[in-house]
Design a protein. Structure first.
Lengths: 278, 267
C-alpha cells in the first residue's frame, strides 16, 4: 500500500516505512522496552545514519528491520511489504564479522546465490566480480581467519550485496577497526554504494562517520529510543576525506554533540544487539 | 648468542635425547628383569626381559594367529564403534537442535551415563545369546556417551550469529543444518570421536578378556593363564599400537575434513 506509482516507473526500490513501532527485548520481569513509538521513513536509495547513545535501541531497530526481532506494536514495511522474518532482500552486516569460518572467501560470498539455487560456475563468477568491486581480487581462496579485520568486513559487505538487497543494514560495521582502516573502509563503502545504489541504514555512535557517509542523520534519544533530530546533510558527493575539516561539517558535529550531551539524556546503558538480549 | 638463558639445541640433538630416553627405559627394564629385582612392593621376578619379548613378538608376527586375533578385535571395534558413531551423532544432533527430542531422549541417557560400560559386561552376556554380540555391544556403549555428549555440546554451541546471518542470506532450515550447524559442530564432534575411540578400545579389551575366544585382549589374558609371560607384553604392545593407529586415523580424517582449522597461508 506504500508503493507509489512513481517508484514503480523509476524502478526505485528500498523504501522503508517505520510506523509507530515499539520493540521489547526479553520476557517477563526481565523485559525491557528498547524502542517506543518510533516513526521514520527512508526513501529509496537514501543513505541514513542512525546516531545515539549506547543502548538507545538503534541496533534493536536494525535487528527488527532485518527480521531477527519481532515488533510488538506498529508497522514495519519495506516497499510496502510487512517485515516478517529474515530475508536476503534485507542484508545485514554486524560489528563483528559473521563469515563462515569453514568456507573460503569465494564460497562465503556465493552463499546467497547458492541458496537461490544458482549453479556453481555462475555464482562463482558473480562472487569474483563483487569481490573485485570491494578490492579483494586475489583473495578468493582464503579462509576468513587469514584476512585482516577490514578485509573481513569487505567480504561481509560483498556477501550481502551479491543478493542485490532492497536495503542494506549495517550495525557499527567499522566499530572494531582501527581509525586508519575505518576511514579507508568508509571510502570503500561509499564507492561500492555508488556502483550498487542501495537504501542503507547505518548505525554508529561515531558522529564524524555519520556525517561523512550519510545523506541524512537520525539522532535517537536514550532508551526507549525515539527520534530527537533528523538532519539532512548538504555535502556533495563524491566525498573526500578533507570534508571533515569544512566549517559546515564541524558545525553539524558540534550540534549533534550538544544534542547527545543533553542533560535529559541519562548515562549510557548496556549495549544491545540486533539479535536481542545477550 | 642472544642474552636469553635458553640453550639452542640443534634439532638433531633433541631427537637424540628423546631416543636416548626410550633406550634408557628399556635398558632399566632389561636390568631389572634379568636381575629378578625384588623391591618388596613390586617384583620383577616373573617379568620377561625385553629380548624375550622381542623373540615372542617375532614368533607371533610369523604365525597366522596374529591376523586372527587382530582381525577379530578390529572387526568388533569397527562394528561397535561404527554403530556408536551413527547413533551418537544422530542422537546428539536431535538433542542439540530440538527441545522435544532433548526431553524425550536425554533423561534415560543421563540415568545410564554414570554406569561404566565395563559394568554392563555380565548383563550383556545375559542379553545377547552370542558372546560376539555382547562384546560388540560393550564396545558400542563405551564410545556412545562421549560421542553423544560432544555432539550435543558442539551443536548447541554453534555461534547463533552465524545462524542469523545464514537466515538473512536466504538459508533454509535444512541448508543451515548442513552448511552451518554441521561444520560448526565438527571440531567438537571429532573430539567426541577421539575420546570414544579410546574408551571403545578399553572396553573391548576388557570384554575380550572376560568372554572372548579370539581377539587381542583374549590373547593377552590367555598368555597369562598359559604362563607365556613374554606374550602378555607382546599383547599389550599390539593393543597400544592399534590404539595409536586408530587415533592417528581420526586426527588425519579430522584435518582432512576441517581444513579451515589449520589454514595454510597461500601468500
Amino acid at each position: 500500500m506504500n508503493i507509489r506509482v512513481s517508484d514503480i516507473s523509476t524502478n526505485a526500490v528500498g523504501r522503508i516505512g517505520i510506523e509507530r513501532i515499539s520493540i521489547s527485548l526479553g520476557a517477563g520481569l526481565d523485559a525491557l522496552e528498547a524502542v517506543r513509538d518510533l516513526d521514520l521513513e527512508v526513501s529509496p536509495g537514501e543513505f541514513v545514519c542512525v546516531l545515539g547513545p549506547s543502548g538507545c535501541g538503534k541496533s534493536t531497530l536494525l535487528g527488527a528491520l532485518a527480521g531477527h526481532l519481532p515488533v510488538m506494536d506498529g508497522r514495519l514495511t519495506v516497499d510496502g511489504q510487512l517485515v516478517g522474518g529474515p530475508s536476503p532482500d534485507r542484508g545485514i552486516v554486524f560489528q563483528q564479522h559473521t563469515l563462515f569460518p569453514w568456507k573460503r572467501v569465494r564460497d562465503n560470498v556465493a552463499f546467497g546465490p547458492k541458496m537461490r539455487g544458482v549453479g556453481r560456475a555462475e555464482r562463482y563468477r558473480a562472487a569474483d566480480e563483487i569481490l573485485r568491486l570491494v578490492g579483494l581480487a586475489g583473495f578468493e581462496q582464503f579462509y576468513p581467519s587469514q584476512l585482516s579485520g577490514g578485509m573481513q568486513q569487505r567480504v561481509e559487505i560483498a556477501r550481502v550485496l551479491i543478493n542485490r538487497p532492497r536495503v542494506l543494514l549495517m550495525d557499527e560495521p567499522f566499530g572494531a577497526l582501527d581509525a586508519q582502516t575505518r576511514s579507508m573502509m568508509q571510502e570503500v563503502l561509499l564507492d561500492v554504494w555508488t556502483r550498487i545504489p542501495t537504501t542503507t541504514v547505518f548505525v554508529t555512535h561515531d558522529i564524524e562517520e555519520a556525517l561523512f557517509l550519510a545523506d541524512r542523520v537520525i539522532v535517537m534519544s536514550a532508551r526507549p529510543g525515539r527520534v530527537i533530530d533528523d538532519i539532512r546533510l548538504p555535502f556533495v558527493r563524491p566525498r573526500q576525506s578533507e570534508l571533515v575539516t569544512e566549517s559546515e561539517f564541524v558545525r553539524l558535529k558540534r550540534q549533534i554533540l550538544d544534542l547527545l550531551r543533553h542533560p535529559d539524556n541519562p548515562p549510557p546503558l548496556a549495549r544491545l544487539s540486533p539479535l536481542g538480549v545477550n | 648468542m642472544a642474552a636469553g638463558r635458553a640453550v639452542h639445541w640443534l634439532p638433531g640433538a633433541r631427537w637424540f635425547v628423546r631416543a636416548l630416553s626410550i633406550f634408557g627405559c628399556i635398558a632399566l627394564w632389561q636390568l631389572a628383569s634379568s636381575l629378578h629385582l625384588n623391591l618388596g612392593v613390586v617384583t620383577f621376578r616373573n617379568v620377561p626381559p625385553p629380548n624375550e619379548v622381542v623373540q615372542s613378538a617375532i614368533v607371533l608376527l610369523k604365525s597366522p594367529k596374529l591376523m586372527a586375533h587382530v582381525g577379530s578385535s578390529l572387526w568388533r571395534v569397527f562394528a561397535g564403534y561404527g554403530a556408536a558413531v551413527v547413533f551418537g551423532i544422530a542422537f546428539g544432533f536431535a538433542i542439540g537442535r530440538s527441545r522435544a527430542a532433548s526431553d524425550l531422549l536425554l533423561p534415560p541417557l543421563e540415568l545410564l551415563r554414570p554406569i561404566p560400560a565395563v559394568a554392563w559386561i555380565p548383563l550383556s552376556i545375559l542379553i545377547f545369546p552370542s558372546s560376539e554380540m555382547s562384546m560388540i555391544f560393550i564396545t558400542f556403549l563405551g564410545a556412545l556417551f562421549p560421542i553423544i555428549l560432544n555432539t550435543v555440546h558442539g551443536v548447541a554451541n554453534v555461534d547463533r550469529r552465524l545462524i542469523a546471518s545464514a537466515r538473512s542470506l536466504g538459508g533454509t532450515p535444512a541448508a543451515i543444518l548442513r552448511e552451518i550447524v554441521l561444520p560448526g559442530a565438527a571440531p567438537s564432534i571429532v573430539t567426541g570421536l577421539a575420546i570414544g575411540m579410546g574408551t571403545s578400545w578399553f572396553c573391548l579389551v576388557t570384554a575380550e578378556m572376560i568372554s572372548g575366544q579370539f581377539g587381542i585382549g583374549y590373547y593377552t589374558w590367555e598368555a597369562y593363564t598359559l604362563q607365556n609371560y613374554a606374550d602378555i607384553i607382546v599383547g599389550m604392545l599390539v593393543i597400544g599400537l592399534l590404539g595409536m593407529g586408530s587415533s592417528w586415523l581420526l586426527t588425519t580424517l579430522g584435518r582432512y575434513l576441517m581444513p579451515w582449522q589449520r589454514p595454510v597461508v597461500t601468500r
